[in-house]
Ligand binder design. Structure first.
Ligand SMILES: [Zn+2]
Length: 313
């Protein structure tokens, strides 16, 4: 497989966002011609895909599906109305890092009877991920296997927060037009990327499982301010056994940023934050081997690459 260069990937992402929404208001003629779907022609595994459907009946409820050649659905997203535009609806699809490259279709269905309204071709491009081997320290190994009774209730609360789909949660509508987020630290040093494959070894050197890294890690010293990358509402802010001090921000219905391993929490559930506002500080709490920030993005339950939201210079 050919490794896409970083510059080429950035161009692809910029093109995707350029196609994802119009930059000019819709004309009366376009309105009169009725509804149509605007979505990118191509995306990569791990990309969030934003699509907009114009000119539907106010109160519409629908679902956008990513269909493989065999007709199976590989991603789904529910519709949400855009503020002040009751006939226009958006969708945020999360493309899994494991999605095979190839030809796919986006299909728009009206709910509740799943009536097909439109479809559009979309190509999923190849993407390679870095592979590394990680030898666990005894402490990290113990943390992974820690039967702390708090873990179960924390997992329920965490999954409930990420599984929520609040039609009113449109805090960052600009994302539908272009990737306009900032990095969550003033100075960034990336130590691990989205999708990195990790093969774990036990402290004794035995195979101890594999995983994909579903966030971006930034090296930074303890106490460095963590900044909100874009507008959002805090839906969880608490200490968790595995992920340490953790903040979840809702950006769009079903679209969440997660910040892990923080030293201190500076926000409470229900707070609204704008880009650049402080969420807390960098630390090494939870299952962590040193001070760093882990930023993760979930799109309708699928882990996606947060870097896809960051404005390119
Ligand atoms: Zn990480």
């Amino acid at each position: 497989m050919v490794r896409t260069t970083h510059a080429a990937a950035s161009l692809v992402i910029a093109a995707l966002f350029a196609l994802a929404a119009p930059t000019v208001p819709l004309s009366a003629t376009q309105r009169a011609e009725g509804a149509w779907l605007l979505a990118p022609d191509a995306a990569r595994p791990g990309d969030p895909v934003f699509a907009t459907w114009f000119g539907l009946e106010p109160g519409f409820s629908g679902e956008l599906r990513l269909l493989a050649a065999d007709g199976s659905a590989k991603a789904r997203a529910r519709s949400f109305a855009l503020p002040g535009r009751p006939q226009d609806f958006a969708f945020a699809l999360g493309l899994a890092d494991t999605l095979a490259p190839g030809a796919y279709r986006l299909e728009l269905l009206a709910l509740p009877d799943a009536f097909p309204l439109a479809e559009k071709a979309i190509a999923v491009l190849p993407r390679d991920f870095r592979i590394s081997t990680v030898r666990l320290t005894a402490a990290a190994s113990a943390a992974r296997d820690d039967p702390d009774p708090r873990r179960e209730e924390q997992a329920v609360r965490y999954q409930r927060a990420l599984g929520n789909f609040d039609q009113a949660g449109v805090h960052a509508p600009e994302l539908l037009h272009s990737p306009d987020f900032a990095w969550p630290l003033a100075g960034i040093r990336v130590t691990a990327r989205f999708g990195d494959r990790r093969r774990y070894l036990s402290p004794a050197g035995k195979p101890a499982g594999e995983s994909a890294h579903y966030g971006i890690d930034f090296g930074a010293s303890t106490g460095t301010p963590v900044l909100s990358p874009g507008p959002g509402k805090v839906v969880l802010s608490e200490f968790r056994v595995l992920t340490g001090n953790t903040v979840i921000l809702e950006h769009l219905p079903g679209v969440y940023s997660i910040f892990m391993h923080m030293d201190s929490l500076g926000v409470a559930t229900g707070d609204s934050k704008l880009r650049g506002e402080a969420l807390g500080t960098v630390g090494s709490t939870g299952f962590s081997t040193g001070p760093h920030l882990h930023w993760e993005l979930r799109v309708n339950g699928t882990a996606c690459d947060p870097e896809a939201l960051v404005r390119k210079p």
